[in-house]
Design a protein around this ligand. Structure first.
Ligand code: SAH
Length: 348
């Protein structure tokens, strides 16, 4: 299969687009539905495997169209079972995806952009700067590419989290297109309850997400307890300060089964005091929320450190005493730089 500059990749096309393609090749529209099922539900990569498709259609597709997964250029295996994949894309830029197996469910941490424009001061991906948005096909390709690399069986229990490289809300149309195929029972078939999108809080995009017909769960990277602190760590806070963020969060239409998730990276001496915890509790108040405390994963180029574990526990207790469910998330794959915020092509 050729890679460079190929624009005949079917991966990322939705059912309607594949039906249109079938029609444009003189075939009935349902042939497009068969193709959709083959690509996303059966994970086929060669038209030969589509034996339910008629021969005419297959030979009409073959000269121009392909099903191309991103190429797993390298992968790194952690002692804890996590695997970090470096995928080479068709324009030869790269993204990273993390595979994290667990007893009952495997989590895939997906990237939504090459690099990131948001410039959070503690994050290694930020050091890459903004490169480009991923297409829906490149997002779905991370899922199917890891599935192929790990010999996963269809129907495997998966969680998808958009917590890799990039700010998903700055690529919302392609993220939502990918989600609509990933969550479609006739497509990849991972239910929306098992897909989460994490954002620094791009407020107009959160309001847009609220209206999406196929809406994943929402996680907000809070990371600080006051505007002053948050603006220093996350300059985006100057544009979307805490009061506005919390107003949008309170208006967000949660489904009956859903909590709003808040991530809070714990940075030693920076945002981890008892007063910080109290301010976080005040901010969240009676919102139906869950907090994930993420002790910072450090790396060579940035000065931040994780607090002592006792500090993390004390912070957690203040929140749980205020009846805010709060969990400590120890990132997987730290030994291979696959942990939260460590994804960066300059490392490894
Ligand atoms: N841009 C989105 C998606 C990335 S998610 C967002 O920020 O939400 C990555 C999560 O890891 C975010 O909550 C981020 O605050 C956190 N993070 C970034 N760098 C980290 C680091 N070095 N250690 C721990 N968490 C980190």
């Amino acid at each position: 299969m050729t890679l460079a500059g190929h624009n005949g990749n079917l991966l990322g096309l939705n059912q309607e687009e594949l039906e249109n393609l079938a029609e444009s090749l003189g075939q009935p529209r349902y042939r497009g539905r068969q193709l959709y099922h083959g690509i996303y539900a059966r994970w086929i990569r060669n038209f030969d495997e589509l034996t339910d498709l008629n021969r005419d259609f297959r030979s009409a597709l073959e000269p121009h169209k392909e099903i191309i997964y991103p190429q797993a250029e390298r992968h790194f295996c952690s002692r804890d079972g996590a695997v970090r994949y470096l995928f080479r894309l068709q324009d030869s830029s790269s993204v990273e995806t993390v595979y994290m197996p667990d007893e009952d469910r495997t989590t895939l941490c997906l990237s939504s952009q090459v690099g990131c424009a948001v410039d959070c001061k503690f994050c290694f991906t930020a050091m890459l700067g903004a490169k480009r948005n991923l297409t829906a096909g490149e997002i779905i390709g991370q899922v199917l590419g890891v599935a192929a690399g790990q010999n996963m069986v269809r129907g495997a229990r998966l969680n998808l989290v958009f917590m890799g490289m990039g700010e998903p809300m700055l690529n919302l149309p392609q993220v939502l297109k990918a989600v609509s195929i990933l969550a479609d029972p006739k497509g990849v078939g991972i239910t929306l309850r098992h897909i989460a999108v994490s954002t620094v809080g791009i407020l107009p995009r959160i309001e847009e997400l609220a209206l999406a017909p196929m809406r994943p769960k929402l996680a907000i990277s809070l990371n600080a307890s006051s505007d002053e602190q948050r603006s220093a760590l996350m300059p985006i806070n100057k544009k979307y300060p805490l009061a506005d963020l919390m107003r949008v969060c309170r208006a967000y239409p949660l489904r009956s089964w859903e909590h709003l998730m808040f991530e809070y990276v714990m940075l030693d001496g920076c945002n981890d005091s008892d007063d910080d915890a109290r301010r976080v509790a005040d901010l969240l108040g009676d919102l139906r929320s869950r907090v994930n405390l993420i002790p910072y994963n450090s790396g060579p180029e940035l000065p931040y450190r994780a607090p002592e574990f006792e500090r993390v526990l004390a912070f957690q207790k203040i929140l749980t005493d205020r009846r805010i469910p709060t969990f400590i998330r120890i990132s997987r794959g730290q030994d291979i730089h696959a942990a939260c915020g460590q994804l960066s092509l300059s490392i490894g």
